[in-house]
Design a protein around this ligand. Structure first.
Ligand code: GAP
Length: 460
């Protein structure tokens, strides 16, 4: 019966995400707060699985990686030193009638100026003025100016300029600030990496495209410290590792493009950047990034703080500031690309079945357990027994006895549960269960004793 389709669009994903408890608009009952989203029970499980898998691949299974959890609020001088106060800006333009604000490069790109993102604000301003370019509402636009993307807040009891601090716009700086602490505690030899997963905040001018561009998000970043002479091979190594991880979590690799970012578009600290771009329904855009940050950050922090941040090679006695390769992944974009890659529709006549073809180790639930009929005590008890047995072995087992069996299958398909186990009348006689495959909908009967092993063998 099945005709698999990969045709997706954002409305289907957004609606499924809300309906099934993955992602909700932030502060929804107050009308929403732009650029913020809340994760429901299944969104949390999906996010946790992706995050845990990243930590497993890039940290736990390695011998030279260290985890860190640094404060979100840091000394304001950090962001002056790194150049974020001056250079972490986007071009902003305002509709002078409605006072709506836009990213100037986005506005021009939407109007067909394909290379606007590589222009300076001055070039954009000249274009807008010369062509009398209008806002989407048809109104005149003001001058293009730069807008700092860092969100600030105040600390302490006295409200003056000295109390202003920034919510970190990247987790990376917490790593650079703790480079010396990790060195002093663990004495690692180069190459080694420090990884951090945590929240980052950016005052995006136009947050949009669901969870793609938001103001509060989570980053999974590594600063991998090396001798400068090793940057090229290390860069290639991480590019391959990132590609293999992207595929392993179920993102459609045929929709991934590695794009070398030209000099003019790179962040001020980077000597080479590759963006891993994904073909979203709204266009090919950045999923993750990989940058060669040279010794820029450690050198700047050493200069401004006075802390000694050099590394001494024990063998050659060479003293130098390590360089870094930085793989940087946004968790929300990973969630979005995983959901888009997994979305499938099956058609049988007029009937459309929606399912998420998520890898078993990424799906919120690995297995759902049901009695065929809820109101038959013996079936219910036996199903509960199977449920408890599987719960001991697997983290994510869900009990589902709502509605009829067909509805349960549909619900579990839509949230990507790879296996549904049902206890029926035969189960009571011969200690077997049926297990149904989400993608094929085929069912097989296996012995209760073999069930856990059967599932284990299929979770990679
Ligand atoms: N430390 C380097 C850095 O922050 P970036 O390219 O600005 O580099 C890294 O951000 C990743 O963070 C991006 O590849 C993306 O996955 C994610 N990201 C950045 N801005 C985001 C936003 N506004 N909403 C969601 N994710 C974002």
């Amino acid at each position: 019966m099945s005709e698999h389709t990969t045709q997706t669009d954002m409305e289907k994903i957004v609606s499924l995400a809300k309906r099934r408890g993955f992602v909700f608009q932030g502060s929804e009952i107050y009308g929403g707060l732009a650029g913020t989203y809340d994760y429901g029970p299944l969104g949390v499980l999906l996010k946790n699985n992706i995050r845990d898998n990243w930590i497993e691949k890039f940290v736990s299974s390695q011998t030279n990686m260290y985890l860190l959890d640094s404060a979100i609020l840091m000394h304001p001088r950090v962001w002056e030193t790194t150049g974020h106060v001056d250079k972490f800006v986007d071009p902003l333009v305002e509709d002078i009638v409605t006072h709506k604000r836009y990213r100037a490069d986005h506005l021009l790109e939407e109007a067909g100026v394909s290379d606007a993102s590589s222009w300076t604000p001055q070039q954009m301003n000249d274009f807008v003025t010369k062509n009398n370019h209008k806002s989407p509402e048809g109104n005149p636009l003001g001058p293009v100016r730069t807008f700092n993307m860092m969100l600030s807040t105040k600390v302490g009891t006295v409200e003056d300029s000295a109390s202003v601090v920034y919510l970190r716009p990247e987790t990376a700086q917490g790593i650079f600030l703790n480079y010396k602490n990790v060195m002093d505690s663990f004495h690692p030899k180069l190459p080694f990496g420090i990884a951090q997963v945590g929240k980052a905040f950016r005052n995006e001018i136009t947050p949009r495209d669901f969870i793609f561009r938001v103001r509060e998000f989570e980053q999974m970043e590594i600063e991998y410290f090396i001798h400068g002479s090793q940057w090229k091979e290390t860069f290639t190594f991480f590019q391959e590792q990132m590609l293999s991880w992207i595929t392993s979590i179920g993102i459609d690799s045929s929709k991934i493009h590695c794009v070398d970012i030209p000099d003019a578009d790179r962040a001020h600290y980077s000597q080479r950047t590759i963006d891993f771009e994904f073909e979203y329904p709204f266009g090919q855009k950045e999923l993750f990034g990989l940058a060669y940050r040279t010794d820029y950050d450690l050198a700047r922090h050493m200069q401004e703080s006075g802390a000694r941040l050099e590394y001494v090679d024990e063998v050659t006695q060479e003293k130098f500031i390590p360089h870094v390769i930085e793989p940087s992944c946004g968790l929300e974009r990973a969630v979005l690309a995983v959901l888009l890659s997994a979305y499938r529709e099956d058609t049988a006549g007029d009937d459309v079945r929606v399912f998420l073809d998520l890898p078993a180790h990424i799906a919120p639930y690995t297995v759902a357990v049901s009695p065929l009929l809820k109101n038959k005590e013996k079936l219910w008890n036996e199903a509960r027994d199977v449920f408890e047995m599987l719960k001991k072995e697997f983290h994510h087992v869900v009990w589902d006895d709502h509605g009829n069996i067909g509805k349960r299958y549909r619900r579990q398909d839509e949230i990507g549960t790879p296996f549904c186990v049902v206890i029926d009348f035969d189960s009571l006689e011969d200690k077997t269960v049926t297990i149904r495959d989400r993608n094929t909908t085929e069912q097989i009967r296996i012995s209760k004793d073999d069930l856990a092993g059967w599932i284990r063998a299929r979770i990679t």
